[in-house]
Design a protein around this ligand. Structure first.
Ligand code: M6R
Length: 582
């Protein structure tokens, strides 16, 4: 979380920093700030809330002439979202922005306080800033190296020194790239923040320090210069446009049919690109949030269809749990961003135990993409809405292929060609989803119930609804409800029943009857019309692909509900798109 941008070049940095921060706002929007600098002056402007507040403040301020600057958008970790805690932070001759968590900040602060250093904010970042300043004796790289050797945790820093005309950057654990321009260079948490200016970039490796001005980029390892590679990003500025849609979330849902075809095509053309799970005795699927729910669908398909033994866990648990690796195991890490801190930690745990790792990932340059043994890329392109939609659907589609290959059910692949059209037909039913949203948007509690794979689908349907509409929602195994939770069912409470699994359909319907008789307002989402109920019916396909047709309808119901409630759909409160802290 938190987004960093930095600029050194021929233009006034203000617009470049603001544009970059808008592109990075998905990483956090509790507060933001910029620092502009020239040979003599430093100017810091901060504001709480979204970038537009900062922009308004900047537009009312007399700005200094400057050629170098840094900017930051914050997802608060240490200290509340106020202006004092907002970045940039400044101590002595050092001004910086930070993404990550300095885990030993309390200890370092104690040491610095004893040396007479005073702190203004509650942040770990200010401690990092004071530490660099403490070691600064005119040699910038040495000061950064010395301070970093004492910091534990994760960080990406963009740093300015009063005595230097250059922009400095360093990272460990948190992402940061150096953008390469003509007579101007950049730093950014991700390439999208600078894609309007350049698609050339350098991946800053852990522990290396970038020293940047408009004409040059030096990458330092310790105090020695390091030869770097300039990479080219394969994305366009247009792919970040809303393209006429009211929200990115809607645009991204509507892209699903095309992206599904694009993602599956290379693997259908050459199935050998999909790993053969028969090489393993056990598979662990590890991820966070929606990516983990995609994994739950994968677990269900792999177990039910191919008899593969699967453990699926949230990464924040898996990383600290005792995991018994006594069988030949493959760990599958699922992540849109490829930068989720807990998922990275789970990947490292697997690697330390000598376990093979496979990533199902969207961002090709991400840490997870770079550090796993094998990768299957989904072709979601940039996903801007904080709530994932298209990336989740594409992750599920990869699990469909893994299961088909593991079960050697290759005949089912014949269905792939018609999937994009079928997903489109589900999305075309938007009017219906709007009508359902009208019936539920004033409610306080909503339930999603299903069994087996349908329960896994419920998990994502429920998460999507709660994160964008702020309605409390729970996913429950339909058969488990009566062991306690059914006491929450009152007259009029909406309950969505997901029914695709024919083997268990009658059982789920009985559970739906149980809540209906207690007054629940039932909505069924199924591949069959179930009389007596208000039903969303999606086309029937093979079990491997059925979730791909149910999920888009739940995403649109969540979207329409949030819209009726007037929520900030693309940037729900308290969230950040890329959770790069533990
Ligand atoms: O980038 P990742 O796929 O690793 O992110 C995982 C979760 O943080 C993410 O899916 C989160 O749950 C979203 N807010 C869901 O919409």
């Amino acid at each position: 979380m938190c987004g960093i941008i930095g600029y050194a070049g021929k233009h006034n940095p203000k617009d470049i920093l603001l544009g970059g921060l808008k592109a990075l706002e998905y990483r956090g929007y509790d507060s933001s700030g910029i620092c502009l600098k020239n040979e003599k002056d430093i100017q810091i402007i901060k504001s709480i809330g979204k970038i537009k507040n900062l922009e308004e403040k900047i537009n009312k301020t007399d700005l200094i002439d400057s050629y170098v600057g840094i900017g930051h958008t914050r997802w608060a970790t240490h200290g509340e979202a106020n202006e004092t805690n907002a970045h940039p932070h400044r101590c002595g001759k050092v001004t910086l922005v930070h993404n990550g968590i300095i885990e030993n900040a309390a200890l370092l602060k104690e040491k610095l306080v004893k040396k007479g250093i005073k702190f203004k904010s509650e942040t770990d970042t200010e401690v990092g800033c004071a530490l660099i300043n403490y070691y600064y004796d005119g040699d910038e790289v040495k000061a950064i190296n010395e301070a970093c050797s004492e910091m534990e945790g994760s960080y990406a820093f963009g740093i300015l020194f009063d005595d230097s005309n250059k922009l400095y950057a360093v990272r460990k654990g948190s992402p940061l790239i150096v953008g390469v321009g003509v007579k101007e260079n950049y730093i950014a948490s991700d390439i999208n923040a600078i894609i309007n200016y350049t698609n050339k970039y350098i991946l800053l490796e852990e522990g290396m320090i970038a020293v940047i001005d408009k004409d040059s980029i030096k990458i330092m390892k310790g105090n020695k210069e390091y030869n770097y590679k300039v990479l080219t990003a394969d994305i366009s500025a247009e792919s970040r446009d809303k393209q006429g849609y009211d929200h990115y979330m809607l645009k991204e849902i509507m892209e699903e049919p095309i992206l599904l075809g694009k993602t599956l095509k290379p693997y259908i053309d050459d199935l050998s690109l999909i790993p053969d799970l028969s090489d393993y005795e056990e598979v662990h699927i590890v991820a966070c949030g929606s990516a983990m729910y995609a994994g739950l669908i994968g677990k269900s398909l792999l177990e039910e269809k191919a008899g593969v033994r699967v453990l699926c866990d949230v990464a924040s648990e898996y990383r600290y749990k005792k995991i018994i690796y006594d069988r030949k195991t493959l760990v599958i890490l699922v992540s849109q961003s490829g930068e989720t801190a807990d998922t990275i930690a789970a990947m490292k745990k697997a690697k330390e135990n000598g376990i093979d790792t496979l990533a199902i990932v969207n961002v090709k340059t991400s840490t997870i993409a770079r550090e796993t043994d094998r990768q299957i890329f989904i072709e979601a392109g940039p996903e801007i809405a904080v709530a994932t939609t298209k990336a989740y659907l594409l992750q599920v589609s990869i699990f469909s292929l893994l299961a088909i290959k593991a079960a050697n059910d290759l005949d089912c692949l014949k269905e792939v060609d018609k999937l994009p059209g079928l997903v489109k037909s589900v999305l075309d039913n938007r009017e219906n989803y709007r009508k359902i949203a009208e019936k539920i948007y004033k409610e306080n509690d909503i339930f999603f119930i299903g069994r087996k794979i349908d329960y896994a689908i419920c998990m994502e349907g429920s998460l999507k609804l709660k994160e964008v509409s702020y309605i409390h929602s729970e996913a429950y195994q339909a058969g488990e409800l009566k062991h306690g939770t059914i006491s929450l069912i009152d007259k009029g409470i909406p309950v969505f029943g997901i029914i695709t699994d024919d083997d268990i359909k009658d059982k789920t319907i009985s559970n739906i009857e149980e809540v209906k008789s207690r007054g629940a307002n039932i909505f069924i989402v199924s591949n069959n019309k179930i009389s007596e109920y208000e039903c969303i019916v999606v086309p029937k396909v093979s079990d491997y692909f059925q979730p791909l047709l149910i999920v888009p309808s739940l995403q649109l119901i969540a979207y329409e509900t949030a819209k009726l409630r007037g929520c900030d759909i693309d940037k729900p409160k308290n969230l950040a798109k890329s959770v790069t802290v533990e």
